[in-house]
Each structure stands twice: as structure tokens, then as C-alpha cells.
Design a protein around this ligand. Structure first.
Ligand SMILES: [Mg+2]
Length: 191
């Protein structure tokens, strides 16, 4: 009786995975007088290129201002893979650290992802990286995709961790598998 499919329960981060903040960050930085290159925009890199106060202002605009938030595009390929995930029947969840859930939902709604892929039942908003691990453990998540090494490193309950590294700038580490595109996510999930 070993023909049962491996049980997969998938968790997704939102920012830097499902939505692509690269261009909004470049635009907002420019408005504040700073030039950023795309590969300087990932959350764990950007602080090296902007003074703290400028970064805080950029983040306030990006995450808490509904008008700006709604200009955020999806990551290329996300919708197609989400469609495949939904079709596969594998349970899947969104676990995000967005502080204002209705703005996150607004972005997903604008792109047709809410409530088609995500809704009140499978989307969770938490505060700290550790809280992501608690939620992932509660949900039994086996595969989680996040764009921050600092978050991935806290997800001790998750067997298969994937670092979404769209600019291919982070190093390989034993506790995660690096993926650089949604096409690669698909390959990892479905072979
Ligand atoms: Mg993220």
C-alpha cells in the first residue's frame, strides 16, 4: 500500500513571492531621492542601500497606503502555478506578515486572487517570523515558500523550505532549497 501520494500541504508568503514589490520600491525610493537597482530591492538587502528613515517611509507607503499598494503587480508565473496547485487538490495557505490585512486582500482582489485562491479560511496574517512557524505547524504545512532567509530560518516545523530568490543573489544553504521563479516552484512541487 505504498502507492499513496506523498501528503503535501503548501504555504505561501505574499510579498516577494506572490506579489512583486520591485518596481513599486524603485518608484518610491526615487520619489524620496534614492536610486535603487532591482537586485537592491529584496527586503533583506534594501536596508543596505537606504537610510533607515527613508526605508521606513518607503515601507509605510508600500504596505499601508492603499493607493500605492494597489499598483503592486503579481510575480510573473504566480497565477499559473496557483491554478495548478488549486487543481491538484493539495491544501494550500497564505501566511503573511502584512500588518493591515485588508490592504493585502485588496491587492489580491485586484488581481483576481481573492477570493478565488485565497479567502478568510486559508489566509493568515501574523506578526513575527516565529509566528509563521507556529501557524505553519498548526496547519501541518510541509512545503513553504518565502523570499526572506531570516524567515525561512525560523520555520523549523516545515520539512521542505524554499527560498524564492528572483534575482539569484542569496547563497545556497542546507536548510532551504533556492528557487528563482514560479516555473521552478512548479517543478519542485509537481516534478
Ligand atoms: Mg516576503
Amino acid at each position: 500500500m505504498n502507492d499513496q501520494k506523498e501528503k503535501i500541504i503548501i504555504g505561501f508568503d505574499m510579498d516577494g513571492v506572490i506579489v512583486n514589490n520591485t518596481q513599486p520600491k524603485i518608484r518610491l525610493a526615487k520619489a524620496l531621492g534614492f536610486k535603487l537597482l532591482p537586485e537592491q530591492t529584496p527586503s533583506e538587502i534594501i536596508s543596505k542601500h537606504l537610510p533607515l528613515l527613508v526605508l521606513r517611509e518607503l515601507q509605510r507607503n508600500l504596505y499601508d497606503n492603499i493607493e500605492t499598494a494597489l499598483t503592486t503587480p503579481l510575480m510573473r508565473g504566480a497565477r499559473g502555478v496557483l491554478t495548478a496547485v488549486k487543481k491538484s487538490g493539495f491544501p494550500y495557505f497564505l501566511i503573511s506578515r502584512r500588518r493591515i490585512p485588508h490592504i493585502a486582500q485588496g491587492i489580491l482582489k485586484k488581481h483576481g486572487l481573492w477570493p478565488y485562491f485565497f479567502d478568510e479560511d486559508n489566509a493568515f496574517f501574523v506578526l513575527e517570523p516565529e509566528d509563521k512557524d507556529v501557524k505553519a505547524a498548526q496547519l501541518g504545512v510541509t512545503h513553504y515558500i518565502d523570499d526572506e532567509v531570516g524567515v525561512i530560518s525560523k520555520l523549523n516545523s516545515v520539512k521542505c523550505r524554499f527560498l524564492f530568490d528572483q534575482f539569484n543573489i542569496f547563497s545556497h544553504q542546507p536548510h532551504y532549497t533556492k528557487v528563482t521563479s514560479w516555473a521552478e516552484v512548479k517543478k519542485r512541487l509537481f516534478g
